[in-house]
Design a binder for this molecule. Sequence first.
Ligand SMILES: [Zn+2]
Ligand SMILES: [Zn+2]
Length: 172
Amino acid sequence: MTQVLSPPGVLPGTERLLALAEERCRKLSVRLTPWRRQVLSILLEAPRPMGAYALLDHLRVMAGPAAPPAIYRALDFLVTQGLAHRLASQSTYVACMTCGAAPGHAHAFLLCQSCGRATEIEDHRVEHAIASMVGRVGFQVFGRTVEVDGLCSGCASHESVKVSTAPAPSTA
Ligand SMILES: [Zn+2]
Ligand SMILES: [Zn+2]
């Protein structure tokens, strides 16, 4: 079943998700330090995926100067623990909308090219499709983040005029 984890414009409670993240770190015996927690809370409240430098600007305002290596280390930690995802196509980061409560599953992101929102989708069929695909060729999987580019429903209705007047894609 397809489950939308971050419906546009509806933010699940940041505090609830931070509590889930803390619980997950306790179980894994790793530390969600105040610095890592702060980075995660900014990602949770960001309306769009953020790049490392945008995060740094945010943190400078909240916590004073921070160096890029420190932010990359925090982001690596969050991604490794399943608390955030890296969107490779745009070199940005988003908080996982399950905050690690459902570890190990494949995540799919619908990336709106107009408003920049990333909607996280959980669908076990994505996992099964990847598992059967890689099983056939003996590929060892490190990451399973699927990125789908397009327009969200809100932007699609605004852009429908432009799209309908655009030249039809070549089928040659
Ligand atoms: Zn996720
Ligand atoms: Zn949009």
